[in-house]
Design a protein around this ligand. Structure first.
Ligand SMILES: [Zn+2]
Ligand SMILES: [Zn+2]
Length: 262
């Protein structure tokens, strides 16, 4: 099959690579859609736990092409997505229901071959039917799950005022979830007008241009909208200088969420 390979950090190739074969409890999936994530860039730069050579791609959906002998509930032709994260189940964090901090964390597309290729293999327990979602919609399952988890940690309550820094895909998902959670005010801040237009289209009450070189001015503008600060401030930029300035904008008793691979 064809695939994109990172042979080592700072290097990628489009080349032939062996088609993976499913074990008895595995499912072989023909990839139909795969998201590109900032994590893929971290991996490319050698900044994550990846092992090379690697086929990246962890946000994907596709059609079942083959199943192992011990797979009963999943059939060839099923439209599916996959939970890419693999936890050990035994470490301190797994035993405390915080699997995403697993000390032996593995992931399809991060520590083993992923979906920037024609096929990927996943264990049957990680495969989910996508019903009538499109393949592109279904490839958002992983990043959207992360965003939902973030909002759950905050415990967002109806009527709350929420500020999101960063209007990239993660920020835009968090914005929409905050709206669906009945926040009374959702403000998004970003230095890119094109992204801000998208944020307005998706329901932001205010989409504020925030030049990252002038945090004092940004703070002034954002506190004009919510003079006591915001119940929830979310950083979806991964930038330390933005995170440091977020703290000034949290209302007393409010919460600050650092979202992403920060
Ligand atoms: Zn991702
Ligand atoms: Zn673990």
């Amino acid at each position: 099959m064809k695939g994109i390979i990172y042979p080592k950090p700072h290097c990628w190739k489009y080349q032939d690579t062996p088609t993976p074969q499913p074990g008895p409890e595995d499912v072989l999936i023909r990839i139909k859609s795969c998201g590109i994530c900032a994590t893929d860039l971290h991996i490319y730069n050698g900044e994550f736990i990846s092992r090379f050579p690697l086929v990246p791609g962890h946000e994907f959906s596709g059609e079942v092409a083959k199943v192992g002998d011990k797979v009963e509930d999943i059939k060839v032709g099923d439209r599916v997505t996959v939970d890419n994260a693999i936890y050990c189940g035994n470490c301190e964090f797994c035993r405390n229901n915080k699997e995403h901090f697993c000390l032996n964390f593995r992931s399809i597309g991060v520590t083993q071959n992923g979906a920037f290729a024609e096929y990927v293999v996943a264990h049957k327990s990680h495969v989910y039917d996508i019903e009538n979602l499109s393949y592109d919609e279904a490839s958002f399952t992983e990043p959207l799950s992360c965003a939902i988890h973030g909002l759950k940690l905050l415990g967002v309550t109806p009527g709350a005022q929420t500020l999101v820094f960063g209007a990239g895909p993660a920020g835009l998902m968090l914005l929409q979830l905050a709206k669906y959670s009945d926040c009374s005010l959702v403000v998004i801040a970003d230095p890119n007008y094109c992204k801000l237009d998208k944020a307005k289209e998706l329901g932001a009450d205010f989409a504020i241009f925030a030049d990252r070189s002038d945090h004092v001015k940004n703070r002034e503008v954002l506190l004009n909208i919510a003079p006591l600060g915001y119940d929830y401030v979310i950083d979806a930029t991964g930038k330390t200088e933005v995170q440091e300035n977020c703290l000034w904008l949290v209302k007393k008793g409010g919460k600050f969420l650092v979202f992403g691979l920060a």
